[in-house]
Ligand binder design. Structure first.
Ligand SMILES: Cc1cc2nc3c(=O)[nH]c(=O)nc-3n(C[C@H](O)[C@H](O)[C@H](O)COP(=O)(O)OP(=O)(O)OC[C@H]3O[C@@H](n4cnc5c(N)ncnc54)[C@H](O)[C@@H]3O)c2cc1C
Length: 476
């Protein structure tokens, strides 16, 4: 029997979920009571679980699919994220390192095409999720982060990906992004923004329309990882032909996945609506923005003219346990707010009205880690989005759907579907080592902001946060 860790439900919902739930008219998905048999049981009703269910129904509408969600669909990262819909061109080198060149390029193109597919999905199903495709800016906010972006553009060109990125000079980056701190950067064309919870709740609605059974407030307590797997919930039992674990960061509690991912918080704040003030900065083109730090700032302007900004890598989970601090922390929210005021000094008096956090599952290779739990082909898992999961979860859904339907195709056979390529060290080294690396990264990035050097040992420690390359990439 495998126990699943509990989900601590947030007392305060994200801005996005508050908005989405306020305008929702149903249907209600009550908790599971009693016994149930189903072809495919999916644990977790975030983007991964929902895309998997939708894809299964698309491929074979006769298959009976059931989602069990501890909270509400979108209660996890899918209803709390920054809403930056990004493809995988920025991750091309990591994909190639794990999958080889041909497969890496194919996956990067597929995840980038997913940006458009999400927009088309919203259109086709009347999901008003504020989808807007206006690209994204990756900027340097200190001279020490100014780099040769043309090398990244050239790498894409070498792989037949043309016109997807354009280098911005200092004047253009700062004018377009509305901040004097932006010293140059890269414009990436194939990116969008979305109101993430409206997307998750819209996907839930479409899944129900396609006949997917959804039970919310139904935490799975344990799993019998057998040929015919079963799941126990507080009010019932589910016997399934196949099980999909789409539990994101919460999967880090499973012994098999404990070393595949680390769980870090990402913290967000949103300002009051101030559309004229934001437009006055010059940032009114609808592009999302990320900076070049590892503890990355990511931000978008919302439909009603707020800045929603987040910062990565706050808290670190011991033994992969997603504790209540991953729902919100006043101290970490303050750090994000300071970042906002530093990036946008002219908006110093625009109040922050919403604060929340969520858990991010970072893999050692910065790419997906999907596979069969303990080698059982009837129990599949999918984690490792590493902070970029909004568009890639559509690819994750394809991998999981093809796997449980036993289809032999490019999704089930991807290298990303064969477990972790590189592992983290075991606890307690992972946690205490992680704390050291995180502290070193924070010191280095604070020094860089002040354009000061960092002592070599601290730099060396911080560099351990970089993605690792597996010894032998698989050639396909
Ligand atoms: C604050 C934040 C900002 C982010 N910003 C971005 C961004 O701008 N762009 C981007 O691309 N990515 C971003 N990400 C990452 C992205 O949101 C995730 O990669 C993506 O949502 C993962 O979807 P998921 O379905 O796998 O996970 P989740 O949405 O977390 O869903 C997992 C679900 O499983 C449920 N669950 C867990 N355990 C159990 C159990 N035992 N029984 C039943 N249910 C269970 C949880 O309640 C949860 O609803 C961000 C993440 C966070 C936290």
């Amino acid at each position: 029997m495998t126990r699943l860790q509990p989900v601590h439900i947030a007392n305060t919902r994200s801005l996005w979920l508050q908005e989405a739930l306020a305008q929702e008219a149903g249907p209600v998905c009550p908790p599971l009571q009693g016994g149930l048999m189903t072809d495919i049981a999916i644990v977790g009703g975030g983007y991964t679980g929902l895309w998997t269910a939708l894809r299964i129904k698309e491929l074979d509408p006769s298959v009976d699919v059931t989602i069990l969600e501890a909270d509400i669909c979108g209660g996890g990262a899918s209803g709390r994220n920054g809403g930056l819909v990004l493809g995988w061109y920025a991750k091309l080198k990591y994909l190639i390192a794990v999958c080889g060149e041909e497969e890496g390029v194919r996956l990067a193109k597929a995840a980038t095409a997913a940006v458009d597919e999400i927009g088309a999905f919203c259109n086709a199903h009347g999901i008003e999720a504020h989808y807007r495709k206006a690209g994204t800016l990756n900027v340097a906010t200190t001279p020490m982060h100014v780099r040769d972006w043309s090398a990244e553009v050239a790498m894409l060109e070498r792989h037949g990906i043309h016109d997807a990125e354009r280098v911005l000079g200092p004047g253009e980056a700062s004018a377009r992004g509305g901040s004097p701190r932006y010293l140059g950067g890269l414009f990436q064309r194939d990116a969008a923004t979305v109101q993430p919870a409206l997307l998750a709740r819209g996907m839930r609605r479409v899944a129900i329309e396609r006949g997917v059974r959804i039970f919310e407030q139904t935490p799975v307590i344990d799993l019998q990882n057998e040929r015919t797997p079963s799941l126990r919930t507080p009010g019932g039992v589910v016997i399934a032909g196949k099980v999909v674990l789409a539990t994101n960061a919460w999967a880090a509690g499973l012994p098999e996945l404990r070393r595949a991912i680390i769980v870090l918080s990402s913290d967000m704040v949103a300002t009051a609506p101030a559309p004229e003030r934001i437009a006055a900065t010059g940032w009114d083109g609808g592009e999302s923005i990320t900076d070049s730090r590892l503890m990355v700032h990511y931000h978008q302007v919302t439909h009603d003219g707020r800045i929603a900004i987040g910062r990565g890598s706050g808290a670190l989970a011991y033994l992969g346990q997603v504790s209540p601090t991953f729902n919100q922390s006043a101290r970490r929210s303050e750090v994000v707010e300071r970042g906002l005021r530093w990036l946008y000094p002219t908006l110093g008096d625009v109040p922050v009205t919403h604060r929340w956090a969520g858990a991010v599952d970072r893999s050692r290779t910065n790419t997906l880690v999907f596979g069969a739990l303990d080698g059982n082909p009837n129990v599949r898992y999918g984690v490792g989005y590493s902070g970029t999961g909004v568009a890639p979860s559509l690819i994750g859904g394809r991998i999981l759907a093809s796997s449980v339907l036993e289809r032999d195709d490019e999704w089930s056979s991807t290298r990303l579907n064969t477990g972790a390529a590189v592992l983290y060290p075991p606890e307690p080294a992972r946690f205490f080592g992680g704390l050291l690396v995180r502290t070193a990264t924070r010191i280095k990035e604070e020094n860089e902001e002040r354009v000061e050097d960092t002592p070599a040992p601290v730099k060396a420690l911080a560099s351990l946060a970089n993605a690792r390359t597996p010894k032998r990439p698989v050639k396909r």
